[in-house]
Design a protein around this ligand. Sequence first.
Ligand code: ADP
Ligand code: MG
Length: 322
Amino acid sequence: MGEFELIRRFFAAAPCAQGGEGVALGIGDDCALLDVPSGEHLAVSTDTLVAGVHFPDPCDPFLLGQRALAVSTSDLAAMGATPLAFTLSLTLPAADEAWLQAFARGLNHMAQACALRLVGGDTTRGPLSLGMTVFGRVPRGSALTRAGAQPGELLCVGGSLGDAAGALPLVLGERVAAASIAKPLLARYWSPQPQLELGLLLRGKASAALDISDGLLGDCGHIAKASQVALHIDRTRLPLSEALLSLGGRQAAEQCALSGGDDYRLAFTLPERHLADVQAHWPDVAVIGRVAIGEGVHLYDEQGGELSLPERGYQHFGPSRD
Ligand code: ADP
Ligand code: MG
């Protein structure tokens, strides 16, 4: 199978590549053409996923396809953007039909769920890696950036934390757990759901936001820095799932929630007056702390005593506390 046949069969023919609103020209030309209405920004984010670094190799290609797109789309959610389109740069060791079919099905599944159209990409031979670029639309002045948090506001997250980090040893085959525990945790690792509707709801309400990909503490550090504030996190208020608590107890669960990666939940700062409205639509939204004058991220226990911070989130080029 040649490169062009591969693109045609598995990608250009996929339901998510058949165009739609905002796509003036899709796969097949030198560029895709996207419509952006006046008064809106084009939101763009790109991610690279390398086999053995970002996902285990080998792994289920269906799950990989849907997870890769979910991870990229989470950045659109964090910006309060409406999904528009995406491109896929695929580097493959071989053109394995069964693998490609399952991968394309997984990709298509997530693309349809997020209303994203596949509009182009690149296909090369080499060690397995994926590059995804997602495009979204957001009205001018409405994007949720990391800057803007104000002292006194609430610090919130979009749901339970640490599940994907708890699942990692199961994903890697380093440990096993009863199905009632393993199943929900593995689902949070392999099928994170980008919090797109939450992102839209937070437009005009949240003062700063991001999606948690490298661990709560590290990612909150980005909001603190960009907004020039301190974030105070109350350890007792971390939302922890039953499955995660059952896996290894409270202390291990808290560690996963604070420092584990791959949550893809939104973290955001919110003036208190919006909380009831946000929780009426999203009951899973949890208040975990407050914005304060100062800098950095600070962790407190039930008595209000400050705790030293555990290891920060994953970084590719060595440890740094910046
Ligand atoms: P060019 O040489 O102009 O970069 P290519 O031959 O690489 O074009 O690709 C032909 C068309 O197929 C382009 O529209 C490109 O965007 C699309 N394409 C290539 N690989 C993929 C892929 N993996 N998924 C979706 N579209 C792809
Ligand atoms: Mg090309």
